[in-house]
Write a protein that binds this ligand. Structure first.
Ligand SMILES: [Fe+2]
Ligand SMILES: [Fe+2]
Length: 279
């Protein structure tokens, strides 16, 4: 069994230190095989925020994989940094490679950057993949046959239930790539809402999407802070959704999926635990 701890969007600069401490304590207890943080470590990539984020990341269980989100690019009031060196401060803090790869026996995790400093569209916070980004991803997903394949990016593939918000673009091109390489699982964040489902029916290969809530920020979108713990057992996966409640995180639901010839489907075994989540 492989256990993946998926967290997202801590947003240092607008984080709750008590929730962050509770998460770190929980993460140490869970002792996953790999910890993956899918972006938005800060609010505006300010140096003090990055220092806080680094201290947090250094306490995450190893091995760990982190990527930047749209909030890890300096804001418009710092135009030089935003337009000419968008990831300079992030790189100075976390290392030069903003698209890391993690491999372990039976596991291959690729990443791609979907955060851009500007674009030819109104909302620059929306996730975009360039042709170069898709090409790099194609290369990165080509290796490691027979392993459980994971893609991590910041921006979501699934719109929130009942809301019109933009998902990462171009989505169809990305789904074609996921089908081509039989990717099993996609990890992302950005909406600050937990969402677990499958995608890719039209492309003939369904993969599981794990969109995590914010782990410790105060920027809540109708639900409490949370994270996902993913247990991979060959052709069967269970995902525990954890939410912050009172003074600690607790699991309030478990989602199960099975793998067949055309990918993953819900095992319909999802159980819901008693919860007092914010409605
Ligand atoms: Fe965020
Ligand atoms: Fe974001």
């Amino acid at each position: 069994m492989i256990r993946i701890l998926h967290l997202s969007d801590p947003h240092f600069g607008a984080s709750d230190p008590l929730v962050a401490s509770a998460f770190l304590a929980e993460a140490e207890t869970l002792a996953p095989d790999v910890t993956i943080l899918s972006g938005d470590l800060t609010m505006r990539a300010r140096r003090a925020e990055l220092a806080e984020a680094k201290a947090f990341v250094e306490r995450l269980p190893r091995p760990r994989l982190i990527i930047p989100g749209n909030h890890d690019i300096p804001a418009l009031n710092q135009p030089f940094h935003r337009f000419f060196a968008p990831f300079k401060r992030y790189r100075q803090t976390f290392g030069a490679n903003i698209e890391p790869i993690h491999t372990a026996p039976g596991l291959h995790v690729a990443t791609v950057n979907s955060a851009k400093p500007f674009g030819l569209h109104a909302d620059w916070s929306v996730g975009r993949l360039t042709h170069d980004g898709l090409y790099r991803l194609d290369q990165r997903l080509s290796g490691a046959p027979g392993t459980f394949r994971v893609l991590t990016l910041h921006h979501p593939l699934l719109a929130p239930v009942g809301h019109r918000r933009d998902v990462v673009q171009p989505l169809d091109d990305l789904l074609e790539l996921l089908a081509k390489h039989r990717v099993d699982l996609v990890l992302c964040g950005h909406f600050h809402q937990s969402h677990l489902a499958t995608i890719g029916q039209k492309q003939g290969w369904q993969c599981i999407v794990s969109q995590a809530a914010t782990v410790c920020s105060t920027r809540l979108q109708g639900e409490s802070q949370g994270f996902h713990l993913i247990r991979v057992m060959d052709d069967f996966i269970e995902i525990d959704r954890h939410v912050f409640h009172g003074d600690a995180f607790e699991s309030d639901a478990t989602f199960a999926f099975t793998r067949g010839e055309s990918g993953w489907t819900s095992a319909d075994l999802a159980t819901r635990h008693e919860t007092n989540r914010i409605a």
